[in-house]
Ligand binder design. Structure first.
Ligand code: AMP
Length: 113
């Protein structure tokens, strides 16, 4: 775990945040700078730099099921939501610990910017 990784500190509990959902593989909490009425982040407990570095299919599957659970828990399941994994420089990734954004509470636009 890289010492400076903010999401490792959240996943380990060193930096306390209110968790929306969790399972053996990951935790879900609210984004600090929400881009939609509901904006959650799903992160793995262990450090994985990005989707491009991910190798564990069971872990990825568990994180996506956790995303669906969290969306359900905050009332997004009926109207729908978007799940995004910004990956690398062109993907717009700024925190280099794998995360899935869950965005909902309003209609999303396509194509994204
Ligand atoms: P990305 O730009 O896809 O790498 O997304 C990183 C996200 O992490 C951004 O939406 C930030 O607002 C969010 N973020 C950064 N630090 C924190 C934090 N301490 N707690 C919650 N969200 C954070």
């Amino acid at each position: 775990m890289p010492e400076a990784c903010i999401f490792c500190r959240i996943a380990s509990g060193e930096l306390p945040v209110a968790l929306i959902a969790e399972n053996d593989h990951g935790v879900v909490f609210r984004d600090l700078h929400p881009q939609a009425p509901a904006h959650l982040l799903v992160i793995p407990r262990r450090h994985v730099a990005s989707l491009a570095e991910a190798t564990d299919g069971a872990e990825l599957g568990a994180l996506l099921l956790l995303a669906a659970d969290a969306a359900r828990a905050v009332g997004l399941a009926d109207r729908g939501y978007r799940v995004v994994a910004n990956t690398g420089a062109d993907g717009g990734q700024t925190v280099h610990h794998l995360h899935f954004h869950i965005l909902g509470g309003r209609a999303m636009h396509w194509p994204p910017g």
